[in-house]
Structure formats: C-alpha cells, structure tokens
Design a binder for this molecule. Structure first.
Ligand SMILES: *Cc1c(COP(=O)(O)O)cnc(C)c1O
Length: 362
C-alpha cells in the first residue's frame, strides 16, 4: 500500500493487509448483519460463529486434536506467567525453567509465588545470546512441569526444537513471538500460550492450547478468572471476551491457512530471515548478536561497530520508511522483527539499505 511503510515493530506488530481491509469492512457491518463486529453481543449467533471458526481454524492450522482445549483469554502472556503455576504448581513441589531471556525470567518470578522453582539451564552468562544445549540442561527430580520460551523476542534467539523433559513431565511453552511461524508438535506439550500481538493479531487476547487431562489436576482453589477449567467449560465465554481481538486472530489464522499452512509459512520465514542473516554473515561492518545455531527467524538482532553508527543507522532507516528497527535497551543496536505478516519485499529493502549504509560508513 502506498501510504504504509515497512514496520519492523517487535509487537504490537504488522498484520496482513487483506485482513486489515476485511476488518475495516466488518467493523461497520459484519456478514450483512447491519451491525459491526464491535457491537454484537458475545452471546449472539454472529460472534459465536466468529469464535468457533477461529478455534476450528487454529485446530486445522496446527493439527490440534480434541485432547486439547483451545482458549482465548485476556491479560496477555504476562498473566499466563502466573496462571500456569497457580493452576499446576503445588506449594510443596518444583517447576523447572529454562532461562533464555527476560521473558523466561519474568515467567519464573511468578512461579515462585506458587511453589518451588529450579533453573534447568541459563544463558544469562552471555547476555542470552544463545540457547543452551540439551546436554547443559539439568532438570530437578520430578518437576511439576518444564517451562521454556520458544523464541526470545528481545535477544533474537530461538529453540530449534522442543527440549525433552524427563519421563512423563509435561512441557509448558511461552510461544508469544513465534506461534504458528513453523509447524509445531502440539502433542509434545501440556500447555502452549501466546500473546497475540506478535504473530496472531492485536494485543488483548492470549491463545492458550491446553491438554484437557491437565484440567483435572488443578492444585488449588483459584479466582474464576484464573482457573483454566472454568474458561474451558465456558468455551472462552465465561465472561465477555475481547471480541474484536478474537475476530482478527481468527481472520489471521484463516489467512495463514490460505497461504498454504505452517510448512509453507516456515519456508517463507526462513527465506526472509536468510536474506538478512546473509548480509550479516558476509559483512565486516555488522555483527549479529545471537550465536549462529540459536538465531531467531522472527527477531534478527545486530550491531554496527559503534553506538554512534547504530543511532545513525536507525535514524536514516526511519527516514527511508523502515520503522521500528531500534533494538531493546538490554541488547542495544538493531532488531528487525519479521513476523509471519512481514513481506519479503521489506526484507529486500532492508538488505539494500544495510549494504548502502555499510558502504558509506564502513
Ligand atoms: C511480548 C512477549 C511477552 C509479553 O506479552 P504480554 O502480552 O505483553 O504480556 C511474553 N513473552 C514473550 C516471548 C514475548 O515476546
């Protein structure tokens, strides 16, 4: 679109343009009902259809069986940091956390309020620039669950595959920044959660995929809004859900299906990321901040030789319509967030800009 620029924002982030167009229409009048999506009762037929299609499309896209509940909750991934241990970590037991960035640390901090925690591995010694090897991971004896963050939005690292917890211990994952960016083996997890605003839709809704048998293993009485079983029973309609967010999430998931599904999306994401990593690899001017075998396909973090040049890079890029490239303060430099909806053209334009900038300033 002529009046839109390339948006590398880490989140809330870019959405597919056809979905924004459709939302504009449905905001006014959805499905010929004469009422916009924001104005329909969440108990009415129109919204019931929206939410049940969103759930069905998530199931189809990621191959989620009926053994799992698919929930649309509020409070962001940050509420899940507490909700997970509140439901499943007894006071006298321990949960294991793989610490690969600020978000995993925040998740573990909440678990401490409920029971014991154990750091199974950590890459904090090198400012979270890598994902620890499985051989470096030490689980506690019989943890209640094992939690990891599949993609570290701030540090630009990503797990290549799921960690393997000991025995029958189930895996919990914060997949906020790489959900549905590649195929996922849902059956290897007990619980997956993701705030929508990176890969799925607007902020305000959190997707939770939860193995149903765990619902019977809740370990304490909880306020209703924090109880997974209550949300599952009510089909995410225990209280008024964020109707517009669920609507957009559903449309984005349908768009992903239309693009060819997760294998195709992964292929495109890998190609997009390779364009940028190739420049980092061949250049003396730029340095990628993440270790090669841990690099994220969603958030690409890099620096120039100086703070001054980093600032100049960001200022000049912004002027040329490449927005949102400033890195998080804990890493510095630049971060290019190229989620599912980010177009390949935008990566090509960035690559050209990077080459020109290095030639002029190197
Ligand atoms: C953005 C992000 C969060 C925080 O999500 P909220 O919805 O703001 O609570 C948590 N985890 C990861 C991996 C994220 O990228």
């Amino acid at each position: 679109m002529a009046d839109r620029i390339f948006n590398f924002s880490p989140g809330p982030a870019i959405l597919p343009e056809p979905i924004l167009e459709e939302a504009r229409q449905d905001l006014w009048n959805i499905g010929g009902s004469g009422i916009g999506i924001l104005e329909h009762s969440h108990r009415g037929a129109t919204f019931k259809r929206v939410i049940s299609e969103a759930e069905a499309d998530c199931r189809q896209l990621a191959g989620i069986s009926d053994d799992y509940a698919v929930l649309f909750l509020q409070g962001g991934a940050s509420t899940q940091f507490y909700m997970l241990p509140a439901n499943f970590l007894p006071a006298d037991r321990t949960a294991d956390y793989l610490i690969t960035g600020s978000w995993s640390k925040k998740a573990m901090k909440e678990a401490r309020l409920c029971g014991g925690v154990h750091v199974a591995c950590s890459s904090e010694d090198a400012n979270f620039s890598y994902i620890p090897e499985e051989s470096q991971t030490r689980y506690s004896e019989a943890p209640a669950y094992v939690h990891f963050t599949s993609n570290n939005t701030i540090f630009g690292t990503q797990f290549r595959s799921e960690p393997t917890p000991p025995g029958e211990v189930w895996l919990a994952c914060d997949a906020s920044s790489d959900i549905f960016s590649r195929p996922i083996h849902v059956d290897r997890y007990g619980l997956i959660y993701a705030g929508a605003q990176k890969n799925l839709g607007p902020s305000g809704v959190t997707l939770v995929i939860l193995r149903r048998d765990l619902l019977e293993r809740r370990v304490r009485e909880l306020p209703s809004m924090l109880d997974y079983a209550i949300h599952a029973e009510g089909g995410s309609l225990y209280n008024t859900p964020p109707v517009f967010c669920v609507y957009v999430l559903g449309r984005v998931v349908r768009w992903l299906l239309e693009q060819g599904g997760l294998a195709e999306i992964e292929k495109r994401n890998a190609e997009k990321a390779a364009l940028i990593y190739d420049v980092l690899g061949e250049s003396e001017f730029y340095t990628a901040t993440a270790t090669e075998n841990s690099r994220s396909m969603m958030n690409i973090t890099f620096v120039t030789p100086s703070e001054e040049l980093n600032a100049k890079f960001i200022a000049e890029a912004t002027k040329q319509g490449l927005d949102g490239l400033k890195g998080h303060r804990s890493v510095g430099g630049m971060r290019a967030s190229i989620y599912n909806a980010f177009p390949r053209t935008g990566c090509e334009v960035l690559v050209q800009f990077m080459r020109d900038f290095a030639a002029k300033n190197g």
